[in-house]
Design a protein around this ligand. Structure first.
Ligand code: T3D
Length: 261
């Protein structure tokens, strides 16, 4: 499938999605949002065979957020409209996707680009990469879930300073603050992220989707409600082919062959 602003391929069980506007640090345009939406529709299709997604960017940036060239001059734009129709559906879709999303942050991730990365399930970053909640520099509030995810990942004190000061932080700082999973050497990023996506794609997909859903739900649940949710999920997963295979493989002392069912 060929797109103008992203590269997209479903390679066996791994869907690879690469932002591809390197001269503008892969910043988001309406066209890119449309292409991402189309790619996610393909990934979600039961025929896709995808069981994990790998997201990265081309060139020296990961994503610099909204393309500000599209906001030049003229009348004040209705940003609520673009958030409502483009950014929020993208983040909601990523969080609802019933398979893990690995993000390989290859360079600067700024504005909505940073929060797009944080909406993925496991984030690796190149040692030279950086993160910036650029919004306050242009008079905006962190969007794409930034005000929700930052305090949860980094704690309220760091979230406030990150959002208000809009300073650029290193990948190592981001890892030390719990914003991302791991920093890897630049020349190892692509290989390590691909290996991680392939590893996740071979795991019991329904269980990974349930983990993702349960952890997100826990953010707004009581312990009581969460215990009930875990019971319900365990009941459902206990009837899955992958659970039967996992137990059989353990008892037979062999590697499991999960099918994502
Ligand atoms: O509008 C809505 O719909 C609401 C939604 C908003 C969501 C948002 O994301 S708001 C936040 C938007 N993003 C920013 O404010 C970040 C702007 N970019 C920067 O601050 C810096 O570029 C970086 C810190 C990301 C990287 O700095 P540096 O020095 O490494 O690179 P650079 O030289 O600034 O950028 C390289 C090129 O990319 C340059 O183009 P040129 O001069 O070589 O032709 C630059 O203009 C372009 N670029 C970088 N970011 C953007 C961009 N072009 C358009 N939009 C960008 N966001």
């Amino acid at each position: 499938m060929s797109y103008a602003t992203i590269l997209f391929a479903i390679d066996g069980p791994v869907a690879r999605l690469t932002l591809n506007r390197p001269d503008k640090l892969n910043s988001f345009t309406a066209e890119m949002h449309g292409e991402l939406a189309d790619a996610f529709t393909r990934i979600e299709s039961p025929e896709s065979g995808a069981r994990a997604v790998l997201i990265t960017g081309t060139g020296r940036g990961f994503c610099a957020g909204q393309d500000l060239g599209q906001r030049r001059g003229g009348e004040a734009p209705d940003l609520g409209h673009t958030i409502d129709t483009l950014y929020n559906p993208l983040i909601r879709r990523m969080r609802a996707l019933k398979m893990p999303i690995v993000c390989a942050v290859n360079g600067v991730a700024a504005g909505a680009g940073a929060n797009f990365a944080f909406a993925c399930d496991i984030v690796l970053a190149a040692r030279s990469a950086s993160f910036m909640q650029a919004f306050a520099r242009i008079g905006l509030v962190p969007d794409s879930g930034g005000t929700w995810i930052l305090p949860r990942l980094a704690g309220p004190a760091r979230a406030r300073a990150l959002a208000m000061l809009a300073e650029r932080i290193t990948a190592e700082q981001a890892a030390a603050w719990g914003l991302i999973w791991q920093v890897v050497d630049d020349d190892r990023l692509a290989a390590e992220a691909a290996a991680l996506a392939e590893r996740l794609a071979a795991m019991p997909t329904r269980a990974l989707g349930a983990i993702k859903m349960a952890l997100d739900a826990a953010e707004t649940s009581t312990l009581d409600a969460q215990l009930d949710r875990e019971r319900d999920l365990q009941r459902e997963l206990g009837r899955s082919a992958d659970y039967a295979e996992g137990v059989a493989a353990f008892l037979e002392k062999r590697a499991p062959a999960f099918k994502g069912r």
